[in-house]
Design a protein around this ligand. Structure first.
Ligand SMILES: NC(=O)c1ccc[n+]([C@@H]2O[C@H](COP(=O)([O-])OP(=O)(O)OC[C@H]3O[C@@H](n4cnc5c(N)ncnc54)[C@H](OP(=O)(O)O)[C@@H]3O)[C@@H](O)[C@H]2O)c1
Length: 458
């Protein structure tokens, strides 16, 4: 093992003959798996040459070739002979600045960082094009599932208008444990943390922020809609209780955290207007949160930490991508695939960042900036906890009917405590905003123990 070493070359590296040199930023779960795969590959198309990590001494391992240089300084990487820099440190800063500096120094980037790509992906792609480099981010959505390349290449010939998926393994693990074992949310979360499926601070996952970043990237790549991630509505899974799985099951459904985006032409009267809205991609329906999914749907069968993405296209109909959405090795597979794609294009001398951008612009429409709304039309699940007294259903029904909302069914599990009595009302199809307006009146009624849980039934 070598100690920290600086190279004196400041010029952009070139690929001499066969092979590309790879530098890793971050030697954690994904970084160490990437290193392992690169070192175990039989061919030498790509060579791991540098690893950067803070407090690097404690990170060194004995299974890497002694030629690999370890460092704590980004300047060592910038001035090195690495052609491709793999960012698997995570976080927003200094990571974003370092990615910009790497691209500006004439090196390509592979990243697994969904938050950075969701926030400033187009800017970074454009910077890469200016410097004749590439930035690939296949691992940023659904870990080892090749959904980004599937959308960019495999489905480029279709006109996709809807993407729906289970993009967060932590939430899926918690919800599928609650479903199969009937345990409370807090117990399922504790178990997930014990097994390493959930972080010590699980907020990003539970509250939907992780899935929202991934949905932003999918909407950009698959639907050609550029949206600000902050404008996508998120709902936490933390209010789901064991009773909700009992009610869902009576409706032939289960509950999953669903991230969905759909090009919207809602409210437009003529076919021509709808076609125009579709072409302009000016409006996107998008949301992340728990939802009821039919037991017959592929989304209901996603167990544990698996991910699944279902796309719908005008010509090809539904396509399903599924597999390991996280974990060192599966995510590293996506990273290494991106490294190889860049290495091969560099070796063939065919594809610089600028050429890629032109090529993809001629193949697919570029992403347009879209307004986001969460005002979907669906059937709705309303679960109440009330202090029992006569006339509750009549009171709720009166308010709902004043909004022109039709009740589909009412379910009440017998034998529950009268001081916190759970019951369910399902609604016929209507807009989510209408239900929310009605709930503002319902939630303040004196018999309500807590605000109603409102979920879409997909
Ligand atoms: N793990 C997955 O299953 C998965 C799946 C898909 C995408 N990703 C993405 O992949 C990236 C890496 O995830 P991970 O799970 O491998 O994280 P990780 O295990 O925490 O590894 C990150 C590594 O980067 C180092 N690091 C962090 N900030 C640094 C800084 N400012 N300077 C130098 N070194 C720094 C950390 O050092 P310390 O040891 O000092 O913390 C650690 O070794 C993230 O963007 C994540 O969202 C992960």
């Amino acid at each position: 093992m070598n100690s920290t070493s600086e190279q004196d070359s400041t010029a952009a590296p070139t690929t001499h003959g066969r092979g590309c040199n790879v530098a890793l930023l971050g030697f954690g779960t994904v970084g160490s798996s990437v290193a392992k795969i690169l070192c175990e590959r039989p061919d030498s198309d790509v060579r791991l040459t540098h690893i950067l990590n803070r407090n690097v001494a404690r990170k060194k391992v004995d299974w890497l070739p002694s030629s690999v240089k370890w460092t704590e300084k980004i300047d060592d990487i910038l001035s090195s002979d690495a052609n491709i820099v793999v960012e698997v440190m995570g976080g927003l800063q200094p990571t974003e600045d370092w990615i910009r500096r790497v691209l500006s120094s004439g090196k390509s980037v592979v990243t697994a960082n969904k938050q950075i790509i969701a926030r400033c992906g187009p800017e970074l792609i454009s910077l890469a094009a200016q410097t004749n480099q590439q930035i690939l981010y296949g691992a940023s959505v659904a870990g080892g599932v090749p959904v980004i390349s599937g959308l960019q290449s495999g489905l480029a010939g279709d006109e996709l208008f809807k993407i729906r998926g289970i993009l967060n393994g932590t939430c899926n693990y918690i919800l599928s444990q609650m479903e199969s074992k009937g345990v409370a949310f807090a117990d399922a979360l504790r178990e997930a943390q014990k097994l390493g499926f959930a972080e010590a601070d699980p907020t990003e996952d539970i509250d939907g922020l992780d899935a929202r970043a991934k949905l932003t990237i999918l909407a950009r790549v698959g639907l050609h809609c550029n949206v600000d991630p902050e404008t996508i509505t998120v709902q936490s899974i933390s209010r789901i209780e064991a009773i909700d799985f009992e009610y869902a099951s009576q409706l032939g459904c289960t509950i999953r955290q669903i991230a969905g985006a759909e090009i919207s032409s809602a409210g437009l009267k003529t076919g021509a207007e709808a076609e125009q809205a579709h072409a302009e991609r000016s409006s996107l329906l998008a949301a992340v949160g728990p939802a009821l999914v039919a037991l017959s749907s592929p989304l209901a069968r996603v167990e544990g930490s698996q991910n699944l993405v279902v796309t719908t296209g005008t010509y090809g109909g539904e396509t399903v991508f599924g597999g390991h959405g996280a974990g060192g090795h599966p995510t590293a597979v996506a990273v290494v695939s991106d490294i190889l794609a860049i290495a091969h294009s560099k070796q063939a001398g065919t594809s610089t960042g600028a050429e890629d951008l032109k090529a993809s612009a001629s193949k697919t429409p570029s992403a347009k900036t879209s307004q986001v709304s969460a005002d979907y039309t669906a059937k709705h699940y309303l679960r109440f906890f009330v202090k029992d007294q006569p006339g509750i259903i009549a009171c709720l029904a009166t308010i709902l009917s004043s909004f022109d909302i039709n009740i589909d069914s009412v379910l009440q599990k017998p034998g529950c405590p009268k001081t916190r009595l759970p019951f369910l009302i399902t609604l016929e199809e209507c807009k989510a905003s209408l239900v929310e307006r009605a709930l503002r009146q319902l939630n303040v009624l004196e018999f309500m123990v807590e605000p109603c849980l409102h979920l879409p039934i997909l």
